[in-house]
Design a protein around this ligand. Structure first.
Ligand code: FES
Ligand code: FES
Length: 170
């Protein structure tokens, strides 16, 4: 965590969940801690802090990124999306979030924000992924609880919901 006013801190301006924000960050602060401690968005979970577990995944300029491996200063001017940005303005869950609930795709929930952001990025790029494509997409996200099947089922259901059941391609 970076206390505001640290001597080497600089202000990082970026777009966060559709809104412009600017917060101070030391050069060594990673994006995950910036989001949690400077921006106050604690939905992004920090697990291993060395790129293995995927729990810290956010979307940066349209791509899933491990926020523990990206410095906050590298996000200057970027468009960053976190799990807090998935629900609608009225708080309604996104199709992917609803599918996670419907298919019991979470237990303790620690991996869930990273899973959601990884799959959100996948579904934007590949609206009708196969089960294999989903498993490959989440192969860098560790879940210690679910056995992954519920997560895969949720992703398939979300793809159906997002595409209104059209064009079954698997
Ligand atoms: Fe970033 Fe584990 S906390 S990959
Ligand atoms: Fe517990 Fe995935 S739900 S780690």
């Amino acid at each position: 965590m970076t206390p505001a006013g640290t001597r080497d801190a600089r202000v990082i301006a970026l777009t966060l969940n559709g809104r412009p924000v600017a917060h101070a960050a030391e050069p060594r602060l990673h994006l995950g801690d910036f989001l949690r401690h400077a921006a106050g968005l604690t939905g992004t979970h920090i697990g291993c802090e060395h790129g293995v577990c995927g729990s810290c995944t956010v979307i940066v300029d349209g791509r899933p990124v491990r926020s523990c491996l990206m410095l906050a200063v590298q996000a200057e001017g970027c468009v960053v999306e976190t799990v807090e940005g998935l629900a609608g303005a009225d708080g309604a869950l996104s199709p992917l979030q609803r599918a996670f609930s419907d298919h019991h795709a979470l237990q303790c929930g620690f991996c869930t924000p990273g899973m959601l952001m990884t799959l959100e990025a996948l579904l934007r790029e590949t609206p009708r992924p196969t089960e294999e494509e989903i498993r490959i997409a989440i192969s860098g996200n560790i879940c210690r609880c679910t056995g992954y099947q519920g997560i895969v089922d949720a992703a398939l259901a979300a793809a159906d919901a997002r595409t209104d059941g059209k064009g079954a391609g698997r």
